[in-house]
Design a protein around this ligand. Structure first.
Ligand code: 5GP
Ligand code: ZN
Length: 114
């Protein structure tokens, strides 16, 4: 989608620190990190919100989680623990309407979240 920030990053029109990429998924460092590790895992397919996930996306969504696990292991936070978050729509704080899995870690995470 031409006016989507994350489609712009995926197509390399907008710079980002990409840490993982395959045919279906990309991951890059969040520009405004909320923890020592804050990486965003995105599908290359433009899906605006989690409400738009369809049956045909099931494998893709599973892959996003597997990529997040891999990055957590690479960054040495898997055993300590980490948080995976997807915000949906305004009240949850979604600001970019291309789904993304936040991988957060490297510090204790609080619960309930704010
Ligand atoms: P949301 O609020 O939609 O759940 O998460 C959007 C995330 O994208 C935020 O954590 C924000 O810091 C990050 N972000 C916004 N603009 C950019 C950008 O241009 N580059 C990168 N790498 N991250 C961005
Ligand atoms: Zn997009």
């Amino acid at each position: 989608m031409s006016d989507c920030l994350f489609c712009g990053i995926i197509s390399k029109k907008i710079p980002a620190r990409i840490v993982y990429e395959d045919e279906a998924v990309a991951a890059f460092e969040d520009a405004n990190p909320q923890a020592p590790v804050h990486t965003l895992v995105v599908p290359k397919k433009h899906i605006p919100t989690t409400l738009d996930i369809t049956e045909e996306d099931q494998k893709l969504i599973g892959k996003m989680f597997r990529v997040a696990n891999r990055i957590a292991k690479e960054k040495g936070i898997a055993e300590r623990g980490f948080r995976l978050v997807m915000n949906t729509n305004p009240e949850a704080g979604q600001s970019v309407y291309h789904i993304h899995l936040h991988l957060l870690g490297g510090r204790p995470m609080h619960w309930p979240p704010g």
